[in-house]
Ligand binder design. Structure first.
Ligand SMILES: [Zn+2]
Length: 136
């Protein structure tokens, strides 16, 4: 698996729009594609009881997305979520609940609404490592 991820600009724009739509709550979702190149974005409902400070993908929607990905021959590439008020770095909870070591975790910070910041990480057994992403 390549250690960076290619994200088409329109999908990245859609991801930022999702983050803005959900603010002040955290937005979350999935980017899927093939061979590390993203081709699809799936918004997923944030089912956490405290959506302003945490995210938990709604179970039913996540299952539907996984089914749809399989149907389209897509792989999970990126799990994204937003931090409406804090920096684009995984929180302690994000790290504890990162169950997909092969996925990139993309975080978008809206702390400065005029300048959203996005960073991508891999999270493996509690270890956080920043990886690159390229807008294509
Ligand atoms: Zn977070």
């Amino acid at each position: 698996m390549p250690d960076s991820v290619n994200i088409p600009k329109p999908i990245f724009e859609e991801l930022l729009a999702h983050a803005r739509d959900e603010a002040p709550n955290e937005a979350c979702g999935i980017l899927a594609g093939r061979n590390g190149s993203v081709s699809h974005i799936y918004r997923v409902k944030n089912g956490d009881p405290n959506p302003e400070i945490r995210y938990l993908m709604d179970n039913r929607e996540q299952l539907w997305v996984q089914k749809n990905m399989r149907h389209n021959g897509l792989e999970l590439a990126v799990i994204y979520h937003s931090h409406p008020k804090s920096e684009a770095y995984p929180s302690a909870t994000d790290i504890k609940l990162a169950f997909y070591p092969d996925a990139a975790y993309l975080l978008v910070s809206l702390a400065d609404p005029a300048r959203p910041v996005a960073r991508a990480f891999r999270i493996t057994n509690g270890a956080v490592r920043e990886i690159g992403y390229t807008l294509i």
